[in-house]
Design a protein around this ligand. Structure first.
Ligand code: KG4
Ligand code: ZN
Length: 342
């Protein structure tokens, strides 16, 4: 087995609609390939059956490209890491089956990785563009499938302090965008229009949850729907003429919901080191609000490099690296899991 100083990890991410393959040399990224599946756009959301088929088509070219870009051969690899869950089962099966066969063929260890842990540990990728958090810290993990506030004590010990009771924050962005007639995924488009809009032009209600640290986003989607229906009846061109302000107001409400919970968790735990992770952390409004909170509340914030926020295999690889150091391997009987806690 390779010594601690020269571990080459090949990582595979296939939990949803992006096929990711990355090669790491210890905690540094040598290549990070993401094959995005365009097919889902025409359906306005991810179609699980089509996602699995597209993973089958993309996985071999993505692995070949990642090895080529990294400038190494498969025989140099020390370990194969893959996404074990949570995610779409058919998609996970493609990555996990491939990872198992490859590890078996090369006679090297296999490591199953929790996708949500990976979003958080992406902060530990050794890259000049991001700073590495000090333990303990809090992480607001916001993606298309999850919304959680997590307390991180070390690389492996994580506790969920609050989470969504219904839609994930990414879904709140995407479903609101769909109501406005924007294509999937609508999150980045809401972000784009919101930059020119007035967040106070319209008012959307904020939810109340039994546990004040939990989130709920399904009410926002419904209120956006009723609002648009009401306004369009009066003026059929309402959405087109007010798209910037509507997007700014929706984004503002989402950020208020997130920040409200985050501030409560900081107060409760006394931990002022706050990270964000997941695809929605690419949102410019969230990034700006967090940077402002650093000044206003004396927080230390950690904002990941853009390419490590949306689904990617580099984040799977960094967890693989730490698990390799801890000798936490999976055996070939490991099966992917649609649901998986830390
Ligand atoms: O983490 P991710 O790539 O996949 C999941 O694990 O779900 O997150 C995808 C989500 C989508 O809902 C997408 O609309 C959202 O992240 N997203 C954004 C932005 N960029 C991606 N939402 C708001 N603003 C953005 N700039
Ligand atoms: Zn994700």
């Amino acid at each position: 087995m390779n010594n601690r100083k020269s571990i080459y990890t090949l990582a595979i991410e296939s939990s949803c609609d992006d096929t990711g393959v990355a090669i790491l040399y210890n905690d540094k990224i040598l290549s990070n390939v993401v094959a995005t599946q365009e097919i889902h756009r025409q359906y306005g959301g991810v179609v699980p059956e089509l996602a699995s088929r597209a993973h089958q088509q993309h996985i071999v070219p993505a692995i070949t490209q990642a090895l080529k870009q990294a400038g190494i051969s498969k025989n140099d690899l020390s370990v194969i890491a893959f996404t074990e869950g949570p995610g779409l089962l058919g998609s996970l099966l493609v990555g996990s089956s491939f990872a198992k066969s490859m590890a078996l063929g090369l006679g090297i260890p296999l490591i199953g990785v929790n996708h949500m842990q990976a979003h958080i540990l992406a902060h530990f990728i050794n890259d000049v563009a991001q700073k590495i958090p000090t333990f303990p810290f809090l992480c607001l993990t916001i993606s298309g499938g999850h919304t959680q506030i997590v307390k991180i004590t070390n690389h492996f010990e994580m506790e969920i302090l609050g989470e969504t009771l219904d839609d994930a924050v990414g879904e709140a962005f995407d479903k609101s965008a769909k109501i406005l007639g924007l294509p999937y995924p609508g999150g980045p488009l809401i972000d784009k229009y919101a930059r020119q809009g007035n967040p106070e032009a319209f008012d959307f209600p904020q939810p109340k949850t039994k546990n004040p640290l939990d989130f709920s986003f399904s009410g926002l989607k419904t209120s956006v729907l009723y609002f648009v229906e009401r306004q369009t009846k009066k003026d059929p061109k309402f959405v087109k003429n007010n798209i910037d302000d509507i997007c700014a107001a929706i984004q503002y409400t989402i950020i208020q919901i997130l920040m409200n919970r985050l501030k409560k968790v900081v107060k409760k735990t006394g931990i002022k080191r706050v990270a964000i992770a997941g695809g929605v952390s690419a949102n410019s409004g969230i990034r700006m609000t967090l940077a402002q909170a650093e000044k206003d509340h004396h927080w230390t914030t950690y904002i990941p490099k853009f390419e490590y926020t949306t689904d990617n295999a580099a984040m799977i690889g960094i967890v693989g690296y730490y698990k390799y150091l801890a000798k936490d391997f999976s055996d070939l009987s490991v099966t992917p899991k649609a649901r998986m806690r830390f």
